[in-house]
Design a protein around this ligand. Structure first.
Ligand SMILES: Cc1ncc(COP(=O)(O)O)c(C=O)c1O
Length: 467
């Protein structure tokens, strides 16, 4: 058997349109007719729609109902020229952003904050940017107000990769700590890792890999006691957990109701059901938010100020986010959460009932599962992809997860998922030792030295940007 060539496999997956659609490596001498271009763009969108529309994707599209998509697109079209960098031209963008922040803060316990330290925030382009902004704010705040020369982040190993990214971008040591047998942050390990250099301790509600909620009350209490910041990453759970709690699910406090929580990230473009490209980062008090801002006073281009990393920003995305929030409202979010949590429980329990598979931890709607009996879980995932499914591969330990969205609450989707999963497991059992498609790529990544894997990943990114 020849060794798998991961790059060839990735290229095959990433470039399905090679030879199928017009392709450009330089500008056409004369522009194409608009009707031709819209026709091409719409054909591409239609070719890709089925996978997410019919609930075959983990996460990715969180609402996706055609009427909701059309509604967002209409609002986007009305504001497509808007840029919050120019509040004089587009005060509407400023209104939308301020109200998105206010509504998100109110949903996440902002009303419990002291009057002299209100919960404030900004809108960003996504979860990663919200996390990067918060970490940069903690770094600068720690240097300026706490006299820490090299501020550190303390985060469980399960906290999102965006915290590694922040650590590298902002030159902040990141101390990763362990999790317990339920995949929740080990509070003792966190406590041991906090030192006089710590700028911030992180908890997730829930974590991306396993969908479990870290012990946020304990993490917040630890942070308060030691006088360090506490960031709760609620990118996944910010727009589900408040409603889950109302619905009677066992959700421990995880937001600004806890005095030790000093910042949060919550993604409007996930379970907030906005168009892709929006998230909210919140802080307890304006002082911490000031450490996020960028202002320059001596530039010949004038006085320059921007709240986030970008300069110009898409006002249309703020408009669509605001439109999603005010059109869905508290009752709509509660109903969506109820459907997602019910489907999540069905899927979680159904996975646990498949011989050979086991659920990791005690998740609510993002369920990670691994395989015993020598079954290759990555080959199970590969077999699921042959059946049209797009799931997320995890590692350390080897596992796969599905993040349940409104697409999975449609009639028949959960049953189809469970039937396909059982069939995929059977197929692996019937073909021991067979490793095809992406399965060997995952297997190899776990076995190769880190620098080789870095090279492979860089090669993957190269592929994305080369025709
Ligand atoms: C818990 C958590 N944090 C952060 C992120 C990063 O969000 P984004 O992909 O929008 O940058 C994700 C993405 O899934 C997440 O699940």
């Amino acid at each position: 058997m020849t060794a798998p060539d991961p790059m060839a496999e990735l290229a095959r997956q990433l470039k399905p349109y090679r030879g199928q659609f017009p392709s450009f490596t330089e500008l056409p001498a004369d522009g194409l007719a608009r009707a031709e271009v819209t026709g091409l763009a719409e054909r591409l969108a239609a070719a890709e729609e089925r996978a997410w529309r019919d609930g075959y994707a983990s996460g990715a599209v969180y609402h996706g109902d055609p009427a909701h998509v059309a509604f967002l697109s209409r609002v986007y079209a009305a504001h497509s020229q808007s840029n919050p960098l120019h509040p004089d031209l587009w005060p509407s963008a400023t209104k939308f952003e301020a109200e998105i922040v206010a509504m998100t803060a109110a949903m996440l316990g902002g009303g419990h904050a002291a009057a002299d330290a209100p919960v404030v925030g900004t809108v960003s382009s996504g979860g990663t940017e919200s996390i990067l902004l918060a970490m940069k704010a903690y770094r600068d705040f720690a240097r300026e107000h706490r006299g820490i020369a090299a501020p550190e982040i303390v985060a469980p190993v399960t906290a999102h990769a965006a915290f590694d990214k922040a650590a590298r971008f902002f030159d902040m040591p990141l101390v990763r700590t362990g999790v317990d047998e339920t995949f929740r942050a080990d509070i003792r390990a966190l406590a041991d890792a906090v030192t006089e250099r710590t700028a911030v301790v992180v908890g997730s509600a829930p974590t991306f890999p396993h969908g479990v909620i870290d012990p946020i009350p304990e993490i917040a209490a630890l942070a308060a006691e030691r006088g360090v910041g506490c960031h709760v990453d609620a990118c996944l759970g910010g727009f589900i957990l408040p409603w889950a709690e109302r619905l009677g699910y066992p959700v421990p406090p995880f937001d600004f109701r806890l005095p030790g929580v000093t910042s949060m990230s919550a993604d409007t473009h996930k379970y907030g059901y906005a168009a892709k490209g929006s998230s909210v980062v919140l802080y307890r008090g304006r002082e911490l938010r000031h450490s996020q801002y960028y202002t320059v006073t001596d530039w010949p281009g004038g006085l320059y100020l921007s709240p986030t990393f970008a300069g110009s920003r898409p006002g249309a995305l703020a408009a669509t986010c605001w439109a999603a929030m005010v059109s869905i409202g508290a009752s709509g979010y509660t109903d969506a959460a109820r459907r997602i949590l019910e489907t999540g429980a069905r899927i979680r329990d159904g996975i646990a009932a498949i011989p050979g598979l086991s659920v990791l931890g005690d998740p609510l709607w993002v369920t990670a599962f691994g395989a015993g009996d020598g079954l290759d879980i990555y080959q199970v995932m590969e077999n699921m992809s042959h059946r049209g499914w797009s799931l997320n591969g995890l590692q350390r330990p080897a596992a796969v997860h599905i993040a349940v969205t409104l697409r999975h609450t449609l009639p028949g989707v959960a049953d189809r998922f469970l039937a396909d999963l059982a069939a995929s497991v059977e197929e692996v059992r019937a073909n021991p030792g067979v490793s095809t498609g992406m399965a060997p790529v995952y297997g190899m990544a776990g076995a190769l030295p880190a620098d080789v894997v870095h090279q492979l990943l860089a090669g993957y990114l190269d592929l994305l940007f080369e025709v």
